[in-house]
Structure formats: structure tokens, C-alpha cells
Design a protein around this ligand. Structure first.
Ligand SMILES: Cc1cc2nc3c(=O)[nH]c(=O)nc-3n(C[C@H](O)[C@H](O)[C@H](O)COP(=O)(O)OP(=O)(O)OC[C@H]3O[C@@H](n4cnc5c(N)ncnc54)[C@H](O)[C@@H]3O)c2cc1C
Length: 254
């Protein structure tokens, strides 16, 4: 996840363009831009999704994004009082808070193109057991997350395709990250998937289509680890659906 580029709209927008559509005061749906199958095939691109985040300031602000991400995703929330003050006083936080709470959207001209990307699975991205142990005496997980050159190139490519698809009369690009910057600012969405992937054969995965471990009888895995590729969508509903399906399968078996 990360903001890759920023555009300035020639005409200010009032609605929360794509980012969040309000159904009622308490119901929001998040809407993003994805490629259709034809385009994905033609450009050999995985499933990227882009949200247009309204912004009140010119240029991408990585420091602000980092603080926001720490607040939302980090369990330890290592934020100093100065960091919290910086976050709260940022016009984008105030804009976001107000438009979330009240049925009015402030006008805005800038939009950050915020990516949630699919990564190509690679053997070097893996989870192993560390020698260090937790307070219960179990070895802790050693997570080695690798972003490949191909992943960076595919994000850059989709960003360019997207920018070229907007009518040039309606916007100008105000900021755009190169591959190095993307790699430095990309962060995990806390959607851990893979490592016990579902596969069509024993040679390419750990569990079969019914979530049974290929070469062990009566052992099933059901969690995010069976999802073969970490796509751009949030995984919890898929994991819950897999659990219901497995329960039905086991009820039929026994
Ligand atoms: C901050 C954050 C925000 C997220 N937001 C979203 C979101 O908005 N939408 C979404 O779809 N997903 C979201 N996710 C991801 C989602 O939470 C996970 O993908 C999902 O919970 C994974 O489900 P799971 O069953 O694979 O693992 P988990 O939900 O992690 O379940 C594993 C369980 O095993 C237990 N456990 C671990 N070790 C042992 C042991 N030795 N013995 C017994 N029990 C053990 C753990 O306590 C835990 O209850 C978010 C994740 C984080 C961290």
C-alpha cells in the first residue's frame, strides 16, 4: 500500500471522488479503480486497486502517510505527543474527520493515487520460526517480506496507464514517485496470506481445494495462509467463507 502519484484537478470537486461513497451517515463504501480483465491481460498486470484520496495540500507527504499508517496499523503505536499533534492538526486529517462525521464534503483540488497492490508470490518472501521464543515458550515467527523489481515495475506501469487514461484537460500531475521511492514508502496492509497455499497439485502448494493438507490424511488448514496470492482486496470475508465451506465439507464427510 502507498500513494504513488498526486494529481491536481482543474475544477475543484465536492464529492469524495471514488474514495468513499456515503450511503447513510453511518454507512460508507470505499470505491477504487481496477483494471478490467482485458486490460490486465494486454498489459500483463496483476490485481492493483487505486483509491483517489482527496488532499488539501500540493505534493505527496510521506511523513504524514507514515504517521497515519502507524496510528491505524501498528499495535504498539509508537507515536510521540509531537507526532499526534502533527497528525491531528494536518488539514487532511481535519478534512477526513469532518467529511466522515458530517454529510458535507469539503471542496478539494488535489487527489493522491493510493495503491493497494497484488504481489507476485516469490520463494524469498517467507515465514520461518526464529530461535527467539515468546512468553509461552513458543518460537516467534520470523517474517521475511520481499518486494521484487517486478512488483515495483507493475505498480509504476499501472500508475502511468491510469494517468494516461484520464482526460488531460481535466488534471495535471503534481507529484509522481519513481521505483526507488515506491520501494522505500511501500508498506504492508497487515493482510498476511500464503505460506500454506491452496493448489491444484502437491508440487505447487500445501492444501488441496478442500483445504486438506496434500499428503496428510485428516489434517485441514483454514486461515489466510491458504490464499495462494495476496490480492488487493481485504481477506477476512474470504477467510470466513472458506471456514463455512470447510465446515459444510467436514459435515458431509463425517
Ligand atoms: C490492524 C489490522 C487491520 C486489519 N484490517 C482489516 C480489514 O479492515 N479487513 C480485512 O478483511 N482484514 C483486515 N486485516 C487482516 C485480517 O485481520 C487478517 O487477514 C485475518 O484476521 C487473518 O485471519 P486468520 O484466521 O488467518 O488469522 P488470525 O485472525 O490472526 O487468527 C489466528 C488465531 O490463532 C491464535 N493463535 C496463534 N497462535 C496460537 C497458538 N499457539 N495456540 C492457539 N491459538 C493461537 C491467535 O490468537 C488468533 O486468534 C487487518 C489486520 C490488522 C493487523
Amino acid at each position: 500500500m502507498m500513494s504513488v502519484s498526486q494529481i491536481r484537478l482543474r475544477k475543484p470537486r465536492r464529492a469524495s471522488l471514488y474514495q468513499s461513497v456515503k450511503l447513510t451517515l453511518s454507512q460508507h463504501i470505499k470505491a477504487g479503480v481496477v483494471m478490467n480483465g482485458e486490460m490486465q491481460k494486454a498489459h500483463q498486470l496483476p490485481n492493483h486497486c487505486v483509491y483517489l484520496l482527496p488532499s488539501l495540500s500540493r505534493g505527496l507527504d510521506d511523513q504524514y502517510e507514515k504517521l497515519r499508517r502507524t496510528l491505524i496499523l501498528s499495535r504498539s503505536k509508537r507515536l510521540s505527543l509531537a507526532d499526534i499533534a502533527k497528525l491531528i492538526s494536518n488539514p487532511n486529517t481535519i478534512h477526513w474527520g469532518l467529511s466522515y462525521l458530517f454529510p458535507i464534503d469539503a471542496y478539494y483540488r488535489y487527489a493522491d493515487l493510493y495503491f493497494i497492490s497484488e504481489q507476485t508470490p516469490t520463494q524469498s518472501s517467507r515465514v520461518s520460526l526464529a530461535t527467539e521464543r515468546d512468553r509461552f515458550g513458543y518460537p516467534i515467527a520470523n517474517v521475511n517480506w520481499v518486494i521484487s523489481e517486478d512488483d515495483l515495475a507493475s505498480v509504476s506501469k499501472f500508475n502511468t496507464l491510469l494517468l494516461n487514461s484520464f482526460p488531460s484537460s481535466s488534471y495535471e500531475v503534481t507529484d509522481e514517485k519513481g521505483s526507488d521511492q515506491i520501494s522505500e514508502t511501500m508498506y504492508a496492509a497487515a493482510h498476511f496470506m500464503g505460506t500454506a497455499r491452496m493448489s491444484a497439485g502437491i508440487e505447487s502448494g500445501v492444501v488441496d481445494a478442500n483445504l486438506k493438507v496434500w499428503d496428510v490424511e485428516n489434517l485441514y488448514v483454514c486461515d489466510g495462509s491458504v490464499i495462494p496470492v495476496a490480492g488487493n482486496a481485504n481477506p477476512s470475508l474470504t477467510i470466513a467463507a472458506l471456514a463455512i465451506r470447510l465446515a459444510d465439507h467436514l459435515a458431509g464427510v463425517h
